[in-house]
Design a protein around this ligand. Structure first.
Ligand SMILES: [Zn+2]
Length: 112
């Protein structure tokens, strides 16, 4: 991989990352779907075994796991924000990897 291509990749990745971050619309955590029965004896969750599904965010902070309930009407929005965080994490890692490759190339250049 040549240097020009690497700089091009670095610019593209960085600008994609900057766009996602500047939106300010991300959540760190993992989506977890939990099933439950509601307690109503005439409900389909008891009668048909079709349990109610709810989305939660599993969030780790300082070694403690927290489950945060997400109301149905907010599920789509929350999932998009969780995805955005994962993308930011991936892109950050990619920028770092490109810079490691650049570092190796530049080290060789200076040794000559
Ligand atoms: Zn029910």
């Amino acid at each position: 991989m040549n240097r020009r291509y690497m700089n091009h990749e670095l610019n593209q990745t960085t600008s994609h990352l900057a766009k996602l971050i500047s939106k300010g619309s991300f959540l760190r955590g993992n989506p977890v779907v939990m099933e439950r029965v509601c307690g109503n004896k005439n409900c389909r969750c008891i009668l048909e075994g079709k349990k109610h599904k709810s989305l939660y965010i599993s969030k780790n902070k300082e070694g403690k796991r927290k489950m945060i309930y997400v109301p149905k009407r907010m599920e789509e929005e929350v999932r998009a924000k969780l995805d955005a965080y994962q993308k930011i994490k991936k892109l950050t890692e990619k920028v770092s990897e490109i810079n490691y490759r650049k570092l190796e190339i530049e080290k060789k250049e200076k040794d000559v």
